[in-house]
Ligand binder design. Structure first.
Ligand code: FAD
Length: 433
């Protein structure tokens, strides 16, 4: 009889809540990872950097486990098939895993739990990805918050040392199931190829975080942590990070609270998880959805240098600075009147730190349709944003070197006209309700 531990968005052996509980379950623990074909088969880009990131991380974890006399079992199939195989191989007492708040994950986990129950076992799940989740931070009337500032106040009032305390999984490492090392399938065997991407370090640069409040808004400076990808895949613990953030910089801690906030939102509002506007009246907007303009936006060829710089940074590196994410998202939804879902999907393909909750939250904020969003009449002026946040044009020059020359593309729309059009179209939709 064994316990299974299922790695997902928590790719680390240290300070891992569900792993800790699995190791203390009283049965030897078989750690598993599933390269999920429901997800991978849909990825058109076979050089996807995130698959390579996961693969490299899984291979490192495998080395650690082999050194402990155990082994990861890595599947390349669907989760349900993987669990059917496990149930044939082992007598499973329970499977342990960490919460995932997205729709696909909720459905997947329900079906795995059912399968396990049919076989006399169960799926035990734990909070690990966020600090405070689901119903832990509610308004006094028991309803979820939809505005960030009061949410963050209550979040801080709720927080105790316990929430930031590490789970010492490493104290129980001798409870892993002893077995000979098993193969991790190669990327190539799964149809992917590795690229020479250098991923940001997971080391927290404390000096940088101390200056975060004054530097984080300037895309030409490395003023943010660049930990997004590590938080996305759980290669660092959010508890450890928030613990440091609390002492180093409140503004930085607030960003981690935004992350909890958006995860809480998708949990409480299923229509958001299912792709609808948080404010339903925004689904009445008559988007123009011009495909040629969308292609130019994606390629960084709009003729607006700050927008083009952002999109080119994204395409080249899988990263885009937060300030510029806001600018390009506002431009797509307001200047071009293209449905925010198109931009959301493009970011989902490209961002190394892509996370449904934060991405959806960011897009709906920019489009005006989100909870606590920018008001619909707020149309970012790319020119003013550049003057404020890239006044020396350092960021623009890096990504759009031709922008001062004749061969730079002409602006795709005139700012003043686009702004007027956006106000009309948004205004019309919002009056309809
Ligand atoms: P830092 O500024 O160092 O912040 C540290 C961490 O806090 C981030 O890694 C992230 O986990 C969290 N965080 C910071 N800002 C936010 C925020 N506004 N909302 C939620 N969490 C936040 N963030 C994602 O993690 N994944 C996404 O897919 C994503 N898509 C976005 C789309 C749009 C349109 C916008 C406007 C923002 C999006 N963000 C997303 C939020 C933010 O831009 C990134 O988290 C941040 O730029 C990542 O860089 P960093 O790690 O250096 O962040």
């Amino acid at each position: 009889t064994v316990s299974i531990f299922w790695f997902r968005r928590d790719l680390r052996l240290q300070d891992n809540a569900a792993l800790y509980h699995a190791l203390k379950s009283g049965y030897p623990v078989v750690p598993i990872f599933i390269f999920d074909r429901n997800i991978l088969d849909k990825l058109e880009d076979k050089t996807d950097k995130r698959v390579a990131f996961i693969h490299a991380t899984i291979s490192d974890i495998q080395k650690e486990l082999v050194a402990l006399g155990s082994s990861l079992e890595v599947f390349y199939t669907t989760p349900i098939e993987a669990f059917k195989q496990l149930l044939q191989t082992y007598h499973v007492a329970a499977a342990f895993t960490n919460h995932d708040y997205e729709q696909y994950a909720i459905d997947r986990d329900a079906s795995i739990n059912q399968l396990l129950q049919e076989n006399g076992a169960s799926l035990q799940t734990f909070k690990d990805q966020v600090i405070l989740e689901k119903g832990e931070v509610l308004k006094d009337d028991g309803l979820p918050y939809t505005v960030f500032t009061p949410y963050s106040r209550k979040w801080k009032a709720t927080l105790t040392d316990f929430h930031l305390k590490a789970y010492p999984s490493e104290a129980y490492f001798n409870n892993f199931y002893n077995q000979a090392s098993k193969q991790v399938p190669t990327l190539e065997a799964m149809g992917f190829v590795a690229t020479d991407t250098v991923f940001p370090t997971k080391h927290l640069q404390e000096e940088l975080i101390k200056k975060y409040s004054t530097q984080r808004d300037y895309p030409a400076i490395k003023g943010t942590s660049q930990l997004g990808v590590h938080l996305r895949f759980g290669t660092i613990s959010i508890r450890g990070l928030a613990n440091r953030a609390k002492d180093l910089n409140e503004t930085f801690l607030n960003e981690l609270i935004w992350r909890d906030f958006y995860h809480m939102i998708i949990w409480h509002f299923p229509h958001v998880r299912l792709g609808h506007a948080f404010r339903k009246e925004y689904d009445a907007i008559e988007w123009r959805n011009n495909e040629a303009e969308f292609a130019k936006w994606c390629a960084g060829q709009t003729g607006y240098p700050i927008v083009d710089a952002g999109m080119r940074e994204l395409n080249a590196t899988g990263y885009m600075h937060n300030r510029v994410r806001m600018i390009v998202a506002s431009f797509l939804t307001k200047h071009l009147l293209i449905d925010w879902r198109w931009g959301e999907a493009y970011f989902a393909q490209k961002l190394l730190d892509f996370d449904f909750a934060a991405n959806n939250g960011g897009w709906q904020w920019a489009a005006g349709s989100g909870c606590d969003a920018a008001p619909y009449f707020r149309v970012f002026s790319p020119k003013l944003q550049t003057e404020k946040f890239d006044k020396d044009l350092k960021y623009i020059r890096k990504w759009v070197p031709e922008f001062e020359g004749f061969n730079y593309v002409k602006p795709i729309v005139v700012h003043k006209d686009a702004r007027k059009r956006a106000l009309e179209v948004y205004g019309k939709a919002l009056k309809k309700v």
